[in-house]
Design a protein around this ligand. Sequence first.
Ligand code: CTP
Length: 423
Amino acid sequence: MSGIALSAARLLLIIGGGVSAYKSLDLIRRLGERGATVRVIMTAAAKQFITPLSAAALSGDRVYDDLFSLTDEADMGHIELSRAADLVVVAPATADLIARMANGLANDLATTALLATDKKTLLAPAMNVRMWLHPATQRNVETLRGDGVLFTGPDEGEMACGEFGPGRMAEPLAIVAAIENALSASTRLALASGPASAMSARRDGPLDGAHIIVTSGPTHEPIDPVRYIANRSSGLQGHAIAQAAYEAGARVTLIRGPVGIPDPPGVDVVRVETAREMLAATQAALPADIFVGAAAVADWRVETQGAQKIKKDAQGAPSLALAENPDILAHVARLSPGRPRIVVGFAAETENLIENAREKLRRKGCDLIVANSVAEGSETFGGTDNRVWLVAARGETPWPQLSKREVARRLIDHLVKLLDNHI
Ligand code: CTP
């Protein structure tokens, strides 16, 4: 079964127990407006946040919540409930629901339907940032991805609990877009008989079969065994691009400098410290279809690294002789043969953003520069949002202020289009 329009789709929406459950009511409304039929299951915890009556009023159907009432022959069985849908959507997908799914538990109607379905499942996770970043949750997410489960979000931002970071449920319209995306491919879940076929279940994204290399984070250039030259890059944008590429079906190699954020699940990660190590890792990872240089590579390294810690002495401050680091982006863009089909660079500027980005595009020989301002007050470094301009030979396009995850998703969509147009 492939290519179902949203206007003809039958969706089973499972609402988990989280603060963002109220957004699921809006999701039902948006889906209804677009002609989709939505049947709703609520977990017991979800009913602590919203009432079944509101969900029923918006979906125009009763809300299903009791596993045992469905065993009644007169009622719809849970198997039928899960199979009559074209797609199963879980929003919000709480840490608990994700954990139960990853372990194949079926101890309430929601998890029983999720285990019984033969259709694809799309999850919109929502939880506290620590819970999302916890290795147990990341492990469960990775397991589910391997099973062919699709994900949208979570977004970054301020949480209801006052903390900041990834964990907010994707906005209803973003979930609608992800549903349309999922419906446009085959909605039937490939029944996994082993790891290989489990992987192939999610291998239907627009970058299926493509290899993308992403560099991310800063580099550290040692001065002596305890000191180094570095910059303020957090790696958030590069990591988000790696994740979005993976979600689009690509094989991803993420070459990352020292960062304090977790590696996105599902991608091959190479950890490096210096620019020269980053270049070597890039060369080892090639060939690739796409190269995205999102790392803030240090332009210079100390020419001769001290073997011992440099001590203060009577001569006063030492002077450090600097040597220029290899330009990884320019190196990759000028490879012949072996140049990736698309080479993307970043330009972090404090002034004359577009002009400098255009100059960088020419000088480095890449196809696209994602330009952003790192001027004082821009909060690009370390912040969760980014305001970028896409600068290409053809001209430049400003994007609105977006979360770095959204910038990543849009960038991947843009690269898919460029690949389709055989640039
Ligand atoms: N880059 C790279 N290797 C380097 C320096 C930069 O691959 N040694 C890449 C970055 O990953 C980014 C782009 O080049 O994609 C722009 O880096 P930036 O430091 O802003 O540009 P520079 O060429 O260093 O120019 P300047 O510092 O003068 O702005």
